[in-house]
Design a protein around this ligand. Structure first.
Ligand code: KG4
Ligand code: ZN
Length: 333
């Protein structure tokens, strides 16, 4: 019997989950709306809100899971990567909680956890598989050989895919985070209305900074001709930008699948909630005979459920960490 409490605080969601014998029985996510006013996450504000949220979120998760704290077997937490101050709140809480209850501590890598979210519900992928992890801070193609044996075979050299969505949204004067709004407006638009250049990057790596600049100049030029260009074409712009980003992501993923001769393909991270990406991937199921793995929406964007499942597999492996552990803003696999 194992009962794991998991804490996620790497960015702007305070989340707490409970995992009983590999099943997620609570996944409380307190979103921080305060950042909407600023067009991006303000690290200092994020830390303060985590401090306010963490105790009630733990109480709520335990209540939902109908678990008493004395029944816990271990405490898992996100060690990194993420905002240092935000991580510090979760790490400090997890350490004190584990110390007070004499429980083992389990340090989890946030990017690995995004991938391990595929082991929460059926169908689960078999090893090895390829995972495209696309979030606000990362864009990686990962060769997953085992739960904690992962190799990054391609990644962005500059901006992440989520940033490409969020920065486009900012250019269009949409609030932060813009990815979900672009997704929403794209549903009403023509994905072929406007064309944006695909970055020419060698191998399996990505680049999105030039793409973002191309969109900025495109909008500026069109606004010179028509000041109402954005308002009059919002759905078409969103659909075209989304179509381009999805194409860029998929082209490298196809290349990786061919290179590694792998047909089990997963997506993970916040951008894996994007309907354009999900649909484009499903089309490959037919076209290329891929087995596709797409997480449930609640496990795409940041959540402690994924930390809990990663923590559960580390618990089974007896992979614990001491009280001297500190958070890591940058953290490799
Ligand atoms: O994984 P995540 O919640 O946090 C990080 O670890 O970064 O990812 C957040 C990112 C943001 O850039 C957000 O705009 C993007 O995921 N995102 C989306 C969608 N939902 C979230 N991007 C496009 N379409 C969506 N539906
Ligand atoms: Zn994330």
């Amino acid at each position: 019997m194992s009962v794991i409490l998991a804490i996620e605080s790497s960015c702007d969601e305070t989340s707490v989950a409970v995992c009983i014998n590999g099943k997620i029985t609570a996944n409380v996510i307190a979103n921080q709306t305060i950042h909407e006013n600023y067009g991006g996450v303000i690290p200092e504000l994020a830390s303060r809100v985590h401090q306010q949220n963490i105790v009630p979120a733990v109480q709520q998760a335990l209540a939902i899971a109908k678990v008493n704290k004395n029944e816990l077997s271990g405490v898992a937490f996100t060690r990194g990567p993420g905002l240092l101050g935000a991580l510090l709140v979760g790490v400090s809480f997890a350490k004190s909680f584990a110390l007070a209850l004499d429980l083992p501590l389990i340090a989890v890598n946030h990017m690995q956890a995004h991938i391990l979210a595929h082991f929460i519900d059926e169908p689960k992928p078999n090893f090895p598989f390829l995972c495209l992890t696309v979030s606000g801070g990362h864009t990686q193609i990962v060769l997953v050989k085992d739960y904690f044996d992962m190799e990054i075979v391609g990644e962005t050299l500059d901006d992440a895919a989520g940033e490409a969505f969020d920065k486009t949204a900012k250019i269009l004067s949409l609030p932060y985070p813009g990815g979900p709004l672009i997704d929403k407006y794209a549903k009403e638009g023509n994905p072929l209305a406007f064309k944006f250049p695909e970055p020419q990057i060698q191998g399996l790596n990505y680049s999105f900074s030039g793409f973002k600049t191309a969109i900025l100049y495109f909008i500026r030029d069109r606004q010179k001709e028509n000041p109402l260009f954005i308002e009059e074409n919002l759905a078409d712009i969103c659909a075209s930008v989304q179509h381009s980003i999805v194409n860029i992501l998929l082209n490298k993923l196809k290349k990786a699948a061919k290179q590694y001769q792998i047909k089990q393909i997963a997506i993970a991270g916040g951008v894996s909630a994007n309907s354009g990406l999900r649909n484009a991937l499903l089309e490959q199921k037919e076209a290329l005979g891929w087995d596709i793995f797409i997480p449930a929406f609640e496990y795409c964007t940041d959540n402690a459920g994924m930390i809990a499942i990663a923590g559960y597999h580390k618990f089974l492996a007896g992979d614990f960490i001491g009280q001297e552990v500190s958070p890591m803003a940058r953290m490799n696999f």
